[in-house]
Design a protein around this ligand. Sequence first.
Ligand code: MG
Length: 161
Amino acid sequence: MIPNIRTGFGVDIHQLVSGRDLIIGGVHIPSDHGALGHSDADVLLHSICDALLGAANLRDIGYHFSDTDPQFKGIDSKLLLKESYRLVKEKGYQLVNLDSTVLLERPKLNPHIPLMRANIAEILEVDQDAISIKATRGEKMGYVGNGEGIQAYASVLIFKA
Ligand code: MG
């Protein structure tokens, strides 16, 4: 018997600029630069939205929450994640686990990871043990390494009981 499980993958990128808040995984991180975007530009939550939507074959975050729609301007991406997961649950699925990686040159993300995990676990209604967040840097190469951008990857497993 093939179990009713599916995997999903998501990736997101944002430009880093001065004068914007840096919000990652729903955590406001002290920084002299932040991510540019129509919403609060939470790159990690956006990659998780895409992984969840992809796992349930529900298109992508831009399809559901257009970056030209004024109702999403400056929106808290935790709301986008909640709504994405609602759509996944509507198809009868729930999350098994999430693994993710954020690529950012600075500041260091490790001190903030426990709170990010708590935020995401609460929204996705799972134990924090089901939420893995990793961080790495660009080793001075490319748009991550030179501080021009931030990127995140997320992978999920969902199942239908
Ligand atoms: Mg995004």
